[in-house]
Design a protein around this ligand. Structure first.
Ligand code: SD4
Length: 328
């Protein structure tokens, strides 16, 4: 299995001093960047998701829409059994059920979400159908499954031998203790800006490993695990979902950008809101944001969070700045 630690890491965060001009009118704030054109760009939480950003990049590079790019891009880790934090092969809850959370949001503020979805390999595709084909935003549990089946999705066993073996091992002690950056923090949150200057995002996860049955995290909750405002930009989160839910982190990051903060400054402030009130020593949070000019920012609590990016046909991995490194 692919270790993110082996990735070449590079800091992309030194040169960001941009302040956004807030737009209060109209649906879009699509000012062309260079020579009247937008530079498409896609970013995603965690370096190993470079394959996912590449798949999304190909779509936007050919003039496709950001919403299609993010939906296709995040399906790469969803379908990869080696990725034990997303989709097929995800680690189960403490009763052995693989339960998936996902959401998607487009440039018009439309969104769709599924939570506690079982037996469906690509929850993001179901979330897209909730957005496109129902009057609702969130479908949960059995209802989400029945909806997926009614739309032609196949019922599958998502618990692989590897994840089952880890669960059996965990059952010996039944001690819930998340391990920062390693055990269970590999949710993919993806943001894409297309040639039209439109932004969309997607977020998908199997949630925290060995969670209590029924637990839903931040990832399928619009404003927590993901938020897009096509006037301003987008943000997504990874890590201990409870901390993100308590602060509605992705919405916060976008609103801070609306007030003039750079993506980097906004991510830092959102992490600080958590650090000030919660026992941050024991868990990781990583935020990733992009504004309408394609400028990015990321920040996390503990060192080790990184993100993948594709732009101008080039894929890169960037290491995020962290609160603990900077302050201790
Ligand atoms: C959750 N935020 O369910 C997710 C977990 C995560 O990588 O980020 N995993 O709380």
């Amino acid at each position: 299995m692919f270790s993110r630690r082996k990735f070449l890491a590079k800091s992309a965060l030194g040169s960001m001093s941009f302040a956004l001009t807030s737009s209060c009118e109209g649906k879009n704030n699509n000012e062309p960047q260079n020579n009247g054109e937008f530079k498409p760009k896609v970013i995603a939480t965690w370096g190993p998701n470079l394959k996912a950003t590449e798949a999304a990049w190909k779509i936007i590079a050919e003039g496709g829409k950001a919403i299609d790019a993010v939906e296709q891009g995040v399906q790469i880790p969803e379908g990869d059994e080696q990725d034990q934090s997303v989709g097929y092969g995800g680690r189960p809850d403490r009763d052995g059920n693989v339960t998936l959370d996902a959401c998607i949001m487009d440039e018009n503020g439309n969104c769709g979400s599924v939570c506690y979805l079982q037996h469906i390999k690509h929850p993001i595709a179901v979330a897209r159908k909730v957005m496109d084909e129902t009057p609702h935003v969130i479908l949960a549990g059995e209802g989400a499954l029945q909806f997926a089946l009614s739309r032609g999705f196949k019922k599958e066993n998502l618990l692989t031998e590897k994840s089952k073996a880890e669960w059996n091992e965990w059952m010996k002690e039944k001690k819930y203790q998340p391990i920062i950056n390693v055990e269970n923090h590999d949710t993919i949150g993806m943001l894409a800006l297309d040639k039209n200057g439109d932004m969309s995002g997607a977020c998908t996860t199997s949630g925290l490993a060995f969670k209590i049955q029924g637990r839903v995290g931040d990832s399928p909750i619009i404003g927590a695990g993901l938020f897009i405002d096509n006037e301003i930009g987008g943000a997504t989160a990874t890590g201990m979902g409870e901390a993100v839910l308590k602060t509605l982190g992705s919405f916060l990051v976008v609103e801070l950008m609306r007030q003039g903060r750079s993506p980097q400054e906004a991510c830092e402030e959102a992490v600080m809101r958590i650090v000030k009130k919660q026992k941050y020593q024991d868990f990781q949070i990583g935020y990733l944001a992009m504004n309408k000019k394609g400028e990015t920012g990321s920040y996390c609590i503990h060192p080790g969070f990184n993100y993948a990016q594709h732009q101008s046909g080039k894929g890169e991995i960037f290491e995020s700045k962290s609160y603990i490194t900077n302050n201790k």
